[in-house]
Every structure is written in C-alpha cells, then in structure tokens.
Design a protein around this ligand. Structure first.
Ligand code: SAH
Ligand code: SF4
Length: 374
C-alpha cells in the first residue's frame, strides 16, 4: 500500500537528513534532496525532476519512499481570474480543496487540514459533509507545494487575454508563495499535531521559507488548542471564527460552542493575546437578518473591548444545506462603521469573489461529489 510508504513531505529537514544517513548515504545528499523538494518543487523522483540527486539515492527513494504529490481532480478559475480552486486527490481517493487567491497583490494559499469536519457549523459546506479523517503533515505540506508549483509555471488559461496568470508572469515577485491560511476544509486545532508539524516544514528557511506571521491558523474556537498554541508560543497568526456574540446565538450556528462556551473561548483568546502579545483576527460570517445588524456589531464591540483584535467579515456563501442569504454590502459597511467609529476596532470585508466557482469552504468538494452521484 502506498500509504505505508514514507511520504517525503512528512519529514522536517532534520528528519530527512536522519533518514538519508540511515540509508547509508552522505548527509550532503539529504540537503540536495531537500532543495529538490522545496526549491526545485520536484514532482517525481525522475532524473529530470531532481537532476542534482544521484541515481543511487533516487533508486532508494523509488523503492522505499513516495513523493506525496496530490493529483488535481478538478481545477476552476473564478471569472475575474483572482481565484483558482483545486480539488486534489489523496492517496486513499479522498478529495480536498486548496485555493490560490490573489487579492491586492498578495498571493495566498488557502489549505485544508482534514477531510470533512466534525464541528458541524450549519452554514458550512464542509460541516454539512461530516468528518472523514485528519490529514497527515505531508498532505498539508503537499497543498502548499502544489500552489507554489502552480505559481511557478503559471501561464494564462487558454483563450484568456489577461487575468490572474497574465499578471503573475509580469510580476516575478508574485510567483512565490508567501502567505498560507488554514481556512480550507477542516478544523486545524482538531488536528493540532499534524498541522504544527506541517507548519514547521513550511517555515523552514531553507525550504518554502514561509514567515510565521504569514501563516494563519483559523479555528472555530477549540479552547484547548488555543491555550496550547499560546503555551508553546507557536509562531503563527490566529483567527477565531466568532459569528455571534452571545452563547445562545453562537451555539445555534456553531454546535462546537456547546463544548467550548463563548465565555471560555473569550478567556482563552485573552490569555493567548496576553501570552503572545499578538492580535487575533475574529471572523464573522455575515448572514442577512441573523447576525448583521448594527446592534450585533455593538455586541461584538463590547465582547472584544480591550482585546487586540481585527474583525474579518465574510458575507455568507450560500450552500445547499442552509437557507441563509449573504448580507448586502451597504449593511456590511454599516457594521464596519459601528466597529470602527464606536469601538476603534479595525475590520475588513472579504470580497465575495469567485462566487461563480462555489468559492466557499468545502463547496467544490460537495459539488464534485454530487456530480459523481448523478
Ligand atoms: N474550521 C476553521 C477553518 C476553516 S473554515 C474555522 O471554522 O475557522 C474558514 C472560515 O470560513 C471560517 O471562518 C468559517 O466560518 C467560514 N465559512 C465556512 N463556510 C462559509 C460560508 N458558507 N460562507 C461564508 N463563510 C464560511
Ligand atoms: Fe468545520 Fe470551520 Fe466548517 Fe465549522 S466552519 S464546519 S469548523 S470547517
């Protein structure tokens, strides 16, 4: 079984060196191999893909290891060319989503941490599909490598005049992946160890070299995970999905709130910011008539008073399993004004770009599964 093989993307640089040395090769070959993986972005063990790695090392890799490259099952561009979404296939056939986003000149990979999700948020396509399994560190790393590779070879889609990939070719500095958000499918703090192991690999200065402050872990509010992040001083940014500012309203949208009540969550957030000195991003999915009034904004302001915070407002992406509608942009602006003018809290409204490619979390996987059923 391929899953029993050693996936090279599972290994930190030190672990790779240990393995290569244990195989009886000089450590210098481990460095060459590491460079082929993360600087060369090799997609196989072939001589063409890793010209610097000696044939005897490649033969050993062929025999005992695997390169966990994730084949693309489906690839879609939003009509404005700013979002490219990949449905990637894992070794066991499960599918996950990875998204390449280019907003305001920044390239960001949005990557998944689990197949499905156990947290059951009512408006979320991933929550609606339920939990299947955790991703391995290598499966998390492979998604970032996939996007880095896509940026490097980016060419305009057939027939396209301009758009994202045209711009990319003109701006070489945008061909490097610099930002990663764990906001794809799954709850990263439910898969804490694998996610943190992957983060170490992504941060390696001799590899993809992502800066810790450019890696954001988004959580539904797994309190023990937040406290552990703080205690371990993990060099990542934290985003907490709030969506409601009272326990009753939150529990109706986010079932996980019954396990980790709002009061405990806010205490954990306060402790996190005190211990790390870091600001937290608070995410708020804006649902028309549900959590988008100026009164709601005032509740958020009160809840976050005195905390280093930024609020990210995300107008709802409609999903088949939930009949809410997205907040209109004037109401979103009014919400922002209350936060800013009355409480001095900075906020952003995430543009609903790429709605035409079902850009919400988990929506591409759901659509693909439904198409397969037909
Ligand atoms: N499980 C983590 C990270 C993945 S979800 C979390 O919940 O934070 C990333 C963000 O997308 C979360 O803030 C989530 O609430 C939001 N989201 C999920 N489905 C959405 C939808 N249909 N419309 C708008 N935002 C959604
Ligand atoms: Fe899971 Fe996040 Fe979706 Fe909630 S919003 S179901 S935590 S992926």
């Amino acid at each position: 079984m391929s899953t029993a093989r050693l996936n090279l993307y599972d290994l930190t640089r030190e672990e790779l060196r240990d393995r290569v040395v244990r195989w009886g090769f000089p450590a210098v070959h481990a460095a060459t191999l590491w460079n082929a993986l993360y600087l060369g972005l090799a997609d196989s063990f072939s001589a063409e893909a890793m010209p610097e790695v000696p044939p005897k090392v490649r033969a050993r890799l062929e025999a005992e290891a695997m390169l966990g490259v994730l084949p693309t099952a489906l690839e879609t561009d939003s009509s404005d060319g700013f979002t490219r979404k990949y449905l990637l296939t894992l070794a066991d056939g499960a599918k996950i989503e990875t998204v390449l986003m280019r907003f305001t000149g920044r390239v960001t990979a949005c990557i998944s941490s689990q197949v499905g999700c156990a947290m059951g948020c009512v408006f979320c396509a991933t929550g609606q599909m339920g939990y299947t399994r955790h991703l391995t560190p290598g499966e998390i790393v492979a998604q970032a490598v996939h996007v880095a590779r896509a940026l490097r070879v980016a060419a305009p889609p057939a027939g396209a005049e301009g758009g994202e990939f045209h711009v990319l070719r003109e701006k070489p500095e945008e061909r490097r992946l610099r930002n990663v958000v764990l906001m794809g499918m799954g709850e990263p703090l439910h898969n804490y160890d694998a996610v943190m192991h992957a983060v170490e690999i992504l941060r390696d200065a001799s590899g993809l070299a992502l800066a810790g402050e450019r890696i954001t872990v988004s959580t539904v509010g797994v309190v023990p995970g937040i406290l552990r992040l703080a205690a371990e001083k993990r060099p990542v940014h934290l985003a907490v999905s709030l969506h409601a500012a009272t326990q009753a309203e939150r529990a109706a949208l986010v079932p996980a709130a019954r396990k980790w009540p709002l009061e405990e969550l806010m205490a954990a957030c306060r402790s996190y910011s005190e211990q790390t000195g870091r600001r937290i991003f608070y995410e708020w999915t804006l649902i028309e008539g549900k959590n988008d009034s100026p009164a709601h904004a005032r509740q958020v302001g009160e809840l976050l008073r005195g905390l280093p915070a930024q609020v990210n407002l995300i107008p709802l992406n409609p999903t088949t399993g939930y009949d809410g509608a997205p907040t209109r942009s004037d109401a979103a602006k009014a919400f922002q004004r209350v936060l800013g003018d009355e409480f001095g809290i900075p906020s952003t409204v995430r543009q609903r770009r790429g709605i035409d490619i079902a850009a919400g979390c988990g929506q591409l996987a759901t659509t693909a599964a439904e198409e397969q059923k037909v």
